[in-house]
Design a protein around this ligand. Structure first.
Ligand SMILES: NC(=O)c1ccc[n+]([C@@H]2O[C@H](COP(=O)([O-])OP(=O)(O)OC[C@H]3O[C@@H](n4cnc5c(N)ncnc54)[C@H](O)[C@@H]3O)[C@@H](O)[C@H]2O)c1
Length: 244
């Protein structure tokens, strides 16, 4: 631990599981005060208690609820960082994709980060410097079969993040991480199957699946002055797959 985030106050969504949870652990170990959000109220409460930080059950697509929770959490100590990791995936060929599933992916993966950032903006603007990190996906920069809804939501998030970099500088920096296949609940269907795993590993230059630690380190980079002259960037953490 090097206290890279000492004195910082950072909100992380999707913190009950996978990448969001790993980011919460790494950021806590680097000295940050955290506000954790997740739709899974029990899960987020457990990690919040373990890390000794604030945690709230919250659906990021519910704008009014997000507004209330962000204001409540930030009122006393403010906020100077956001990591949007909450997300959902439905892999279904376009012809069979339910309209409700399209709506839900846009609502959670794209409008969710919008809701969080909008609610947090007055606090971020009050800070001396602030950072926004959005977790998109390789699917946001390249098409993959059956991912029209997911890819469109993540491509929107990539562009939203770039636009925020432009609109909110110089005090607020905004960057995107595009993970490849990372071993979490979202991809359990894949990594629990040895044949699928072998195929996925073979497709990437580094010949392995990603770990949550890989993404957490990238989120730390974008949340510190190590990336102090970088905004609007899109960083693949995919072992050499999208070549973006
Ligand atoms: N796992 C991968 O291979 C992979 C690859 C590229 C991008 N991603 C993205 O990474 C992010 C993290 O996913 P993960 O891999 O950790 O998966 P995960 O399923 O382990 O975690 C996702 C978390 O988001 C929460 N969540 C879902 N909908 C929510 C909502 N409406 N409001 C609040 N919380 C909500 C879930 O409860 C869960 O805790 C997601 O945005 C995902 O799209 C994942």
């Amino acid at each position: 631990m090097s206290d890279k985030l000492k004195g910082r106050r950072i909100l992380i969504t999707g913190a009950a599981s996978g990448q969001g949870q790993k980011i919460a652990r790494l950021f806590a170990s680097e000295g940050a005060s955290l506000v954790l959000l997740d739709r899974n109220a029990e899960g987020v409460a457990a990690i919040a208690v373990e890390l000794g930080v604030q945690g709230y059950g919250c659906d990021v697509s519910a704008r009014a609820e997000v507004g209330e929770i962000v204001v409540m959490a930030a009122r006393v100590f403010g906020l100077d960082g956001i990591v949007n990791a909450a997300g959902i995936l439905d892999i279904t060929p376009f012809a069979d994709l339910e309209m409700a599933s399209w709506d839900r992916m846009i609502a959670v993966n794209l409008t969710g980060p919008f809701n969080i950032i909008k609610a947090a903006l007055p606090f971020l603007q009050r800070a001396e410097r602030a950072t926004i990190v959005n977790i998109a996906s390789t699917s946001g920069v390249m098409p993959m079969p059956g991912t029209s809804g997911y890819s469109a939501s993540k491509a929107g998030l990539v562009m939203l993040t770039k636009c925020l970099g432009m609109d909110l500088g110089p005090k607020i920096r905004s960057n995107t991480i595009c993970p490849g296949v990372i071993k979490t609940e979202m991809t359990r269907y894949l990594w629990e199957n040895p044949a699928h795993t072998a195929r996925a590993e073979d497709r990437v230059a580094l010949k392995r699946l990603g770990e949550t630690e890989d993404v957490a380190r990238a989120a730390l980079f974008f949340s510190t002055e190590d990336s102090g002259f970088t905004t609007g960037a899109v960083l693949p953490v995919d072992g050499g797959f999208s070549w973006y």
